[in-house]
Design a protein around this ligand. Structure first.
Ligand code: GTP
Ligand code: MG
Length: 313
């Protein structure tokens, strides 16, 4: 046998995801185990299970559905924690499966314009760097546009541009992000770029002025190409929990979000919120971020995520 696994392999994205979701899965697992030991299943136990699921951010309707599924056919019987976890994983997977969709680049759109939006620090620029690498490795010509005027933010995008050998368009001080988007799209057309990724400044979803600016960016992009932007990705930080609900609502209203990316699932994440989001908004979830490196972006898969949440190895 020729065993060449002497190097320590980089932790797989699955390992990082399930480690990151430990805060959700272990609190859920421990609570469930505490609930079910030495008791037979009754309504009170199901109410307690529902509470545990609510605390994990899964949302009311999903929590109720899971508790019902646990109860079905099991009243007055002993039930194991693993049985409950299996039901959680199965029911969560049912919610997530319809939204787990890849981001499809339509090659007929040249450039295919992807606008990336989200609150401050959610991971937009990092996600753009990762996507740039992915698209370039698929043989596409990529361009990045810095729809932001903070010097450090532009510098950060330029670093990603160098790392992924991708040109970066940035605006002059004093111009606005809508005209930057206009210029970038025009340049991308001239240079036969396949995918244009437009970064935007982070903005809180309740700041009307900044949200209006985003609306204007979308309007101006449409003036150059009335089919664009072809994708509007909302980047969500998994650690924020419930606040993600109002982020999706506001950004969807303003910019017409077409898909979600959830980052920082390698940290101390509260990934349960993704289940509540899927149930409520049914927006596609394309990718998850599981680290700060260029390869730390994984396609979103319902089964893996559901099992990580339920704490199944
Ligand atoms: N652990 C971890 N860190 C991440 C991930 N994605 C982004 N980060 C980190 O989160 C921080 C913020 O990321 P940025 O990409 O700068 O976020 P942003 O949304 O562009 O921020 P603004 O432009 O300031 O609004 C950086 O330190 C990133 O390295 C991830 O998936 N996992
Ligand atoms: Mg940024």
């Amino acid at each position: 046998m020729n065993d060449t696994t002497s190097e320590t392999p980089k932790l797989s994205w699955w390992r990082r995801l399930s480690n990151g979701l430990k805060r959700t899965s272990s609190s859920l697992g421990t609570a469930v185990a505490d609930l079910v030991t030495k008791r037979k299943l009754d309504r009170a136990m199901l109410d307690d299970i529902e509470d545990v699921l609510l605390r994990a951010d899964l949302g009311t309707s999903v929590a109720v559905r899971i508790a019902d599924a646990v109860g079905t056919g099991r009243y007055d019987k002993a039930i194991s924690a693993d049985e409950v976890k299996d039901v959680v994983a199965t029911e969560v997977e049912k919610v997530l499966a319809p939204v787990a969709k890849p981001l499809v680049i339509d090659a007929a759109r040249k450039p295919f314009v992807i606008l990336v939006v989200g609150v401050n620090g959610s991971g937009k620029t990092t996600t753009i760097g990762k996507l740039s690498q992915k698209f370039a490795s698929e043989g596409r010509k990529v361009m990045l546009a810095a729809g932001t005027f903070r010097a450090a933010a532009i510098e950060q995008l330029k670093v990603w541009g160098e790392r992924t050998k991708t040109p970066v368009i940035a605006g002059a001080q004093g111009s606005d992000s809508a005209s930057l988007a206009f210029n970038a799209l025009t340049a991308a057309r001239e240079q036969a770029i396949d995918v244009l990724l437009i970064d935007t400044a982070g903005r809180l979803q309740n700041k009307a002025e900044l949200m209006n600016e985003l609306e204007k960016v979308v309007r101006v992009i449409r003036k150059v190409d009335d089919t664009a932007p072809h994708a509007v990705l909302l980047v969500l930080d998994a650690t924020v929990g419930q606040n993600a609900l109002s982020q999706v609502e506001a950004f969807h209203r303003t910019a017409g979000v077409t898909g979600l990316v959830m980052t920082k699932l390698d940290g101390t994440a509260r990934g349960g919120i993704l289940v509540a989001l899927a149930e409520k908004f049914k927006l596609p979830v394309h990718f998850i971020g599981v680290g700060e490196g260029v390869d730390d972006l994984a396609p979103f898969t319902a089964r893996d995520f559901a099992r990580a949440i339920a704490g199944i190895e």
